[in-house]
Ligand binder design. Structure first.
Ligand code: UD1
Ligand code: CA
Length: 455
């Protein structure tokens, strides 16, 4: 498509959201509705995208990516036609202009490309609905040519029976659109400049009017309330779950998964209920994710098992690892192969080599851990002195006894053993046992204190 402009109408109030946040910034699948549209605009290679904003002011442009995108303020907001008029100075005179609605976030590139196939006509995206209430109706003549769009509030009882509705999405040659918009009037029940009035003008000028329907009904569903936002969220999640299922991923319950970003799965991946995937997540062949895990911007290599209630953010996890239940892996962490991270273990900005284990109740932060290391229950790397952070190095085959504190910067030598309950402040030699604890003593004849009687 040569010289395509996209205008996104996003100035409306969204009163029924009952929120201080502008409607188009409410999130669907973890991303602002407006951002969904900007991403779709990018997919269909728009030359220029213009967002008409108003309600919510600068918070709208500030919340989204701005590459190839311009913003124009519509103040006051006098209707959809008036909104497109505000974009005219940026539209130029040639090419095609496509109008999208900020509160119809899931329109897909494939549908739009079909709508845009013919360049010299006015192209309307319409939809047949069992319950057309609230929408503008598509009025056709006896030869079923489109003759106008009538808003529900201006429609006759007969017209209200029409079940083909205007989704709002349309495209037209930019030059024609300019001409039509300059002639809009607001003599209707709402006193607004309706974009839809251009249809009757096109008819009068004998411009061809084509209509196309979306590939999926959810593509043109609008969001006017939190109820509709939640409904659309579930439809979209179901769609994503179905895509995974159809590629051979086992999603135990497709109604209980949330993908807020991009989840890539190889063969024989299994995902239990209640999991949330954020940002870019990759699960390699044979990975199993237990119930109620949250995975964000992470890659998990083949055959790794993640037990329930684990949280992995910014992790690079190797093959055949065992994570969780109740593990927390934070950004900057790289686990090599066959690593075990157990319950209530927190790993931050650390590298852990093959076959090492931290199975219970530990904090491993800013550490480099070698291969085959055993980190006992309750081990803590004390990486922070209140002002600066320091690294802990644990070399291959070391054994850290339970309840050890490693005061960084410190190095535990290769094959070293640390006695349980030690506070390690200096580097420990390879292969030797190091411990730092007071000797155990027993006091013979010692008596437990007894409660004094109040007299
Ligand atoms: C509009 C259509 C209707 C269609 C329906 C589909 C018109 C006159 N009517 O009605 O035929 O069936 O959408 O959902 O076009 N906006 C602005 N500035 C304004 C007014 C609106 O930017 O001054 C934006 C809103 O933020 C919203 C979109 O335009 O994203 C649609 O506006 P809305 O008021 O919801 O239009 P509807 O009455 O639903
Ligand atoms: Ca609407």
């Amino acid at each position: 498509m040569t010289n395509l402009n996209i205008v996104i109408l996003a100035a409306g109030k969204g009163i029924r959201m009952y929120s201080a946040k502008p409607k188009v910034l409410h999130e669907l699948a973890g991303k602002a509705m407006l951002q969904h549209l900007l991403d779709t605009a990018k997919k269909i290679n728009a030359c220029k995208t213009i967002v008409v904003y108003g309600h919510g002011g600068e918070s709208v442009p500030n919340a989204v990516t701005k590459s190839n995108t311009k913003f124009v303020l519509q103040e006051p907001q006098l209707g959809t036609g008036h909104a497109v008029q505000q974009a005219l100075p940026l539209l130029g005179t040639d090419g095609t202009t496509l109008v999208l609605y900020g509160d119809v976030p899931l329109i897909q590139a494939d549908t739009l490309l079909r709508l845009l196939e013919v360049e010299n006509s006015l192209n309307l995206l319409t939809q047949y609905l069992d319950e057309p209430k609230g929408y503008g109706r598509i009025v056709r003549d006896l030869t079923s040519k489109i003759i106008s769009i009538v808003e529900e509030k201006d429609a006759t009882p007969q017209q209200r029976e029409i079940n083909e509705i205007n989704t709002g999405i349309l495209s037209a040659p930019t030059a024609m659109l300019r001409n039509w918009l300059s002639k809009l009037q607001n003599n209707n029940s709402q006193g607004e400049y309706y974009l839809t009035d251009i249809v009757a003008m096109a008819v009068a000028q004998k411009v061809e009017i084509r209509s196309t329907q979306p590939d999926h009904p959810w593509e043109v569903m609008g969001v006017n309330s939190k109820v509709q936002l939640a409904e659309l969220e579930r439809l979209w999640q179901r769609e994503q779950a179905n895509k995974l299922l159809s590629k051979g991923v086992t999603v135990i319950d497709p109604a209980r998964i949330d993908i807020r970003g991009n989840l890539e799965c190889e063969q024989d991946v299994e995902i239990d209920v209640g999991c949330i995937f954020e940002g870019a997540v990759k699960l390699a062949r044979g990975v199993k994710v237990g119930a109620y895990c949250v995975l964000k911007n992470s890659t998990i290599a083949a055959d790794t098992q993640i037990a329930p209630y684990s949280h992995i953010d910014g992790g690079e996890i190797g093959e055949a690892c065992h994570i969780g239940p109740y593990a927390r892996i934070r950004p900057g962490s790289k686990l090599h192969n066959e690593v075990h991270i157990g319950n209530f273990v927190e790993i931050k900005n650390s590298e852990i080599s093959n076959k090492s284990k931290a199975n219970h109740l530990s904090y491993i932060g800013d550490a480099t851990v070698g291969a085959r290391v055993n980190i006992g229950a309750g081990t803590i790397t004390c990486n922070y002195d209140g002002a600066n952070k320091f690294r802990t190095i644990i070399e291959d085959d070391a054994f850290i006894g339970s309840d050890t504190q490693l005061i960084a910067p410190v190095t535990v030598g290769r094959g070293a053993t640390i006695g349980a309950g030690s506070t390690i402040t200096k580097d420990t030699p390879a292969e030797e046992l190091t411990l730092s604890r007071s000797k155990q003593i027993s006091i013979t004849g010692w008596k437990r204190p007894v409660k004094k009687k109040i007299t």
